[in-house]
Design a binder for this molecule. Structure first.
Ligand SMILES: [Zn+2]
Ligand SMILES: [Zn+2]
Length: 281
């Protein structure tokens, strides 16, 4: 067990604060949780709920200055044409690739066994952090290659760059190959780190949230990049800068790889951020 030490307090097993939640899920929803369909349904429904909420915010923004002031590009409203086009590709990807892959899993994969013990809180949080760090590195390399090699860019990644000012639905405005790569690492990383299935599902949800947050087009005071210290988290402002200047900010979440490789840009400052700084000055 990777985080075995964290599971012990002075030689005694630590009782997990997550155990009551796990016991409840185990007792009442065991067959649902064991189904190979469950992770896919969890991911798809979380993504749809998040983009639905952000799309409502996008539609209201032009009429509500209190929302629009947090937009990274307040002068570029999201149009209904943008919404329908991105929703169209998202629906196509789900029907043509995700749905058949889900049915395949359902037919060929046996139901997964569920352990009786929940992960400890430290196992749960460190597992999610570990998977996120690993995923960030894998996507950084993939992303760099797909920008540096012209054929890879044109064939697989250019579609995602059709939008210079991203909004939430651009998150999965992707080619099938990019969608497959992202799905593969999200499935593989918790297996590599030997995570508990509860941690795996937690990572899946967290990954969907931060990917959507990256593309949301807003710089809220409570956005993760404004809460994580030392500029360690890239978030929506740095990823927006990548869509503006595609040879910068390749890492999806953290800032360290772009900083080490010199591919980060210091120009990533939103109108909302400039407004906050001028108020503070
Ligand atoms: Zn993007
Ligand atoms: Zn890119």
């Amino acid at each position: 067990m990777l985080f075995y030490v964290a599971n012990m307090t002075f030689g005694l097993p630590e009782t997990s604060v997550l155990q009551p939640i796990w016991d409840y899920l185990h007792t009442n929803h065991e067959s649902t949780l064991r189904s190979p369909l469950f992770p896919v349904l969890l991911s798809v429904s979380t993504y749809l709920i998040l983009v639905a909420l952000f799309t409502v915010v996008d539609v209201l923004a032009p009429y509500c200055p209190s929302i629009n002031r947090y937009k990274i590009h307040p002068d570029k409203p999201v149009t209904w044409t943008d919404i329908w086009r991105t929703l169209g590709l998202t629906t196509y990807n789900h029907l043509v690739y995700i749905f058949p892959a889900t049915v395949g899993q359902w037919l060929w994969r046996p139901p997964i066994p569920l352990p009786k013990e929940a992960p400890t809180l430290s196992e749960f949080l460190l597992g999610i952090l570990g998977c996120t760090i690993l995923f960030d590195f894998q996507y950084y390399l993939w992303h760099l290659l797909h920008h540096k090699i012209g054929w890879l860019y044109r064939t697989f990644h250019a579609i995602h760059h059709q939008y210079n000012e991203p909004f939430s639905l651009v998150t999965q405005y992707l080619s099938a190959w990019e969608l497959f790569s992202v799905g593969f690492w999200t499935t593989l990383d918790p297996l590599l780190l030997q995570c508990h299935c509860m941690t795996t599902w937690g990572f899946m949800l967290f990954n969907i949230w931060i990917s959507t947050d990256d593309h949301c087009g807003y710089d809220f005071p409570w956005s993760l990049h404004n809460l994580v210290p030392f500029g360690l988290w890239g978030g929506s402002v740095k990823h927006d800068a990548h869509h503006q200047k595609p040879n910068t900010n390749f890492a999806p979440f953290f800032s360290h790889w772009d900083w080490l490789a010199g591919t980060g840009t210091a120009l990533a400052q939103s109108a909302a951020m400039r407004g906050r700084e001028s108020k503070e000055a």
